[in-house]
Ligand binder design. Structure first.
Ligand SMILES: CC(C)(COP(=O)(O)OP(=O)(O)OC[C@H]1O[C@@H](n2cnc3c(N)ncnc32)[C@H](O)[C@@H]1OP(=O)(O)O)[C@@H](O)C(=O)NCCC(=O)NCCS
Length: 517
C-alpha cells in the first residue's frame, strides 16, 4: 500500500505502471479496437508493430471517430491514433513523470525500455502518487482553488480534462446526448442504469404529475416575482425552492431514509422547469402555463415558456444541451450541494446553495455574456482588434477557458455540431470568432491552454431555439439540478461531514486584547 511506503523511497514509473499492456495493431479496424477497449475496460490501447509502440488510441479518439460518422468496420487504427507517441522509461521518478505528463497534457503514456513496450502509465496513477506528501507539507501543497484535489469517491461520473472526455456512470456523456432522451439519462443518474422501454414509460409517468407547482406555492409566486421584477430568474428560483421545501415539509437528510430523499429529489428536479418558466412569464406580465404531461422534458420546457409546442428539431437541440450539462465532476455548484448535504441539511437547502454557486459568471453565468460578446464584436473584421483589446485589458473572453479541460471541451464540440445542424445567421460568424479567439489567447496567454468551453455554443443553440438570454443560465440549472440531486443522494448514502482546514496567515496569536480607546 502507498501509505505504508517510506516517504524517502523514490517511486519509479515501473512501480506503478500497468502491465501487460492492452495492444492493437495499427492495421486493426476501429470496431475491433473499440471492442478490445471495452472488453479490457481500458481508456486507451497502444498500437504496436512487433513490440515497438507506434501509436496510442484513446477513448477521446473513439469519440472523435464516432462524431465523424466513419465506418468502424472499414476505418483502421492508424488513421485515428496519435502516431509516434512520447514514452517514458520505467526508471523515471514518479513526481518527475507526473510533471512532464501534465505539462504535455497527456493522459496515458507508454512505458518503453530498449525500444520495447513494457507497460503503460496513466495520469491518474501518477497524480495519486505524486500528490502523496508528508503531512507537515500538506498545508503548503494544496493548490489554490483546490485544483486537482480529489475530495471524494463517486460512481456518478468524471471528467478527463487532458483528454477532453467526460462520462455519466460508464457512458460517454456526448454519446448519451446523441442517442438518448433526457428522461433516460435522469434515470441513469438516479437509478444507476439506463431504462428499458417499459422503464422509460414508467419513469415518464412518475415524473409527469411531479411537474406541477403545489397550489399554495403557485399562489405565492406573483408576490415573490413582484418583489423582484428585475431580479435574475435564478435568484427567484432560490426563493421558490425554499418555499417548496418548506411547504412539502422536507426534513434534514440526516433524519430521512434513502427512499424519502430520492422522492424529494424527484420532486425538485421535476418542478424546476415549471418554476423557471412561471417566474419568467410572471416577470413579463404573462400567465404561467401548466405543464403538458404528454410532452417530454425539453419540449414541455419550451412549451411552458412560450405557450407554443416547439418544433421537434428545436426541442431536440435543447434536450441535447440539457443532457450534456447534467453533470460535470466536482464543479463548484455540485461540490456546494455535497458540502451542504454533508451537514445533514435537507435537500432544498443543498439545491438552493448549488443554485447560488451556479449563478456566478465564472461557473454558469457565462452563456448570455458569450452571446453579448459576439454581438459586441459584430463582424469578422472587428474580431481580432476587439479580442486583443479585451485580453490586453485583462478581461476574460466569455465561453473560453476551463479549470479542467486543457483541450477542446467535448460539450462545445457537440454543441457546435448542433448549432451547425440548426443553422442560422450567427453560426458561421461564431465559428470564425471562435477560431480567432483561440489564436489570440494562444498568443497573448501562452501556455495557459485556453479553448472554447460549453458556454460559447450553448448561447448560440439556445438563442436559435427561441430562449431569451436571461433564461440561459436558468436553463442550465434546469438540467444540472439532476446532477446535483444524484450527488446529494450519493453523499447522504455514505456521509461524512465535509470540513476542511485553512492555513492561518494573519498576525501571530495570542496577543493581548487592547482596552477600547
Ligand atoms: C472558467 C475559468 C473560471 C477557469 O479559470 P481557472 O482555472 O481558475 O483559471 P485561472 O483564473 O487560474 O486563469 C489562468 C490564466 O488564464 C487566463 N484566462 C483564463 N480564462 C480566460 C479567458 N476566458 N480569457 C482570457 N484569459 C483567460 C487568466 O487570466 C490567467 O492568466 P494569467 O496566468 O496571466 O493570470 C476561466 O477560464 C474563465 O474565467 N473563463 C471565462 C468565463 C467562462 O467562460 N465561464 C464558463 C466556464 S464553463
Amino acid at each position: 500500500m502507498m501509505a505504508e511506503s517510506s516517504p524517502d523511497k523514490t517511486r519509479t514509473v515501473a512501480d506503478i505502471m500497468s502491465r501487460p499492456v492492452v495492444t492493437v495493431s495499427p492495421d486493426d479496424k476501429m470496431a475491433e479496437a473499440a471492442a478490445t477497449m471495452r472488453e479490457h475496460r481500458v481508456g486507451s490501447v497502444v498500437a504496436v508493430d512487433q513490440l515497438r509502440p507506434v501509436g496510442i488510441l484513446t477513448e477521446r479518439d473513439l469519440v472523435r471517430f464516432t462524431a465523424s460518422g466513419g465506418d468502424a468496420g472499414a476505418a483502421v487504427v492508424s488513421e485515428w491514433m496519435t502516431a509516434a507517441p512520447d514514452s517514458v522509461g520505467p526508471d523515471v521518478d514518479v513526481v518527475a513523470a507526473f510533471a512532464s505528463l501534465s505539462e504535455h497534457g497527456y493522459r496515458h503514456i507508454p512505458v518503453v525500455e530498449a525500444d520495447e513496450l513494457v507497460g503503460i502509465v496513466s495520469m491518474r496513477d501518477l497524480m495519486r502518487i505524486a500528490q502523496i506528501q508528508p503531512a507537515e507539507n500538506l498545508a503548503h501543497e494544496i493548490p489554490r482553488g483546490l485544483e486537482g484535489v480529489v475530495v471524494a469517491e463517486t460512481d456518478i461520473g468524471d471528467v478527463r480534462g487532458l483528454e477532453g472526455f467526460y462520462h455519466y456512470r460508464q457512458y460517454s456523456a456526448v454519446d448519451l446526448a446523441e442517442s438518448r432522451t433526457l428522461e433516460d439519462v435522469w434515470h441513469l443518474m438516479f437509478e444507476g442504469t439506463l431504462p428499458s422501454l417499459a422503464e422509460r414509460a414508467e419513469f415518464a409517468a412518475r415524473v409527469a404529475p411531479l411537474r406541477a407547482i403545489p397550489a399554495p406555492v403557485a399562489a405565492a409566486l406573483p408576490e415573490v416575482a413582484r418583489l423582484g421584477t428585475d431580479a435574475p430568474p435564478l435568484d427567484m428560483l432560490r426563493t421558490t425552492i425554499s418555499l417548496l421545501g418548506a411547504h412539502l415539509g422536507f426534513r434534514p437528510s440526516l433524519d430521512v431514509d434513502a427512499a424519502q430523499l430520492r422522492q424529494d429529489a424527484m420532486r425538485v428536479c421535476a418542478v424546476v422547469p415549471t418554476f423557471l418558466t412561471a417566474i419568467h412569464r410572471i416577470q413579463h406580465g404573462l400567465e404561467p402555463i401548466e405543464p403538458d404531461p404528454e410532452l417530454a422534458y425539453a419540449a414541455n420546457y419550451l412549451y411552458m415558456l412560450t405557450g407554443t409546442v416547439p418544433e421537434p428539431d428545436h426541442a431536440r437541440a435543447v434536450e441535447q444541451y440539457l443532457i450534456s450539462t447534467i453533470d460535470h465532476g466536482f464543479n463548484a455548484s455540485t461540490f456546494t450541494a455535497r458540502v451542504i448535504t454533508s451537514t445533514g441539511a435537507d435537500l432544498a437547502a443543498a439545491v438552493v446553495g448549488a443554485i447560488g454557486a451556479l449563478s456566478g459568471p465564472l461557473h454558469g453565468g457565462a452563456p448570455s455574456r458569450a452571446l453579448d460578446m459576439l454581438d459586441a464584436i459584430g463582424t469578422l473584421d472587428n474580431a481580432e482588434p476587439w479580442l486583443r483589446a479585451a485580453v490586453d485589458r485583462g478581461d476574460r473572453l466569455m465561453g473560453f477557458g476551463h479549470r479542467v479541460y486543457k483541450t477542446d471541451d467535448p460539450r462545445s464540440v457537440m454543441l457546435r455540431g448542433v448549432a451547425e445542424r440548426l443553422g442560422g445567421p450567427n453560426v458561421e460568424l461564431a465559428e470564425q470568432i471562435e477560431a480567432k479567439a483561440i489564436e489570440v489567447l494562444a498568443e497573448l496567454k501562452p501556455g495557459r491552454r485556453l479553448y472554447t468551453n460549453v458556454e460559447f455554443y450553448a448561447g448560440i443553440v439556445m438563442d436559435r431555439c427561441g430562449l431569451p438570454r436571461e433564461m440561459f443560465t436558468p436553463t442550465f440549472a434546469s438540467s444540472r439540478v439532476i446532477g446535483w440531486c444524484a450527488h446529494i443522494l450519493e453523499q447522504a448514502a455514505d456521509n461524512r461531514l465535509i470540513r476542511p482546514s485553512a492555513q492561518y496567515v494573519g498576525p501571530p496569536p495570542p496577543q493581548s486584547v487592547p482596552p477600547i480607546s
